[in-house]
Design a protein around this ligand. Structure first.
Ligand code: ZN
Length: 148
């Protein structure tokens, strides 16, 4: 498990998995996506409230391992007030960070805690799961979206 993640970042991951932020149903959500990782059993539902192409509110529910919960928790803090194009570009960088431990461009803030995950291939899917859910949520067809 993540007990082997030998960085200071372990603290942040533990904190977010024990007390996940925005862990609730979002009744006013207009985008909802599921993420399921059969290898680990992680199962999350992500709720987005979008106004145009800006994320106004974001929350999640579900169950899973510490890494998937922490990733979903940090994701909800990260996506608020971002536009869909910002989220798309962030997804690419987070994907690089989680799979290789490296990421180009601007500092990525709290997301840097996932830089150690690539050393544990079984955990990569756990960390990336909420991001895939976020991408399908913003690509959702529940209301017309203008393509940028
Ligand atoms: Zn997991």
């Amino acid at each position: 498990m993540f007990d082997d993640l030998s960085d200071l970042y372990q603290q942040v991951i533990l904190d977010h998995s024990k007390s996940p932020r925005n862990f609730r149903v979002l009744p006013q959500a207009n985008r909802i996506a599921q993420g399921y990782n059969p290898l680990c059993g992680d199962n999350i539902t992500l709720y987005l409230e979008m106004a145009g192409d800006v994320v106004k509110n974001v929350a999640f529910q579900g169950s899973g391992c510490a890494i998937s919960k922490a990733s979903a928790s940090i994701l909800t803090e990260t996506l608020k007030d971002k536009t869909t194009s910002e989220i798309r570009s962030l997804f690419g960088r987070v994907h690089d960070l989680i799979t290789t431990g490296k990421c180009d461009g601007d500092p990525i803030g709290k997301l840097a805690v996932f830089a150690g995950v690539h050393k544990f291939p079984a955990r990569v899917k756990c960390a990336i799961l909420p991001w895939h859910a976020a991408m399908s949520a913003i690509d959702g067809k529940q209301e017309p979206v203008s393509t940028e």
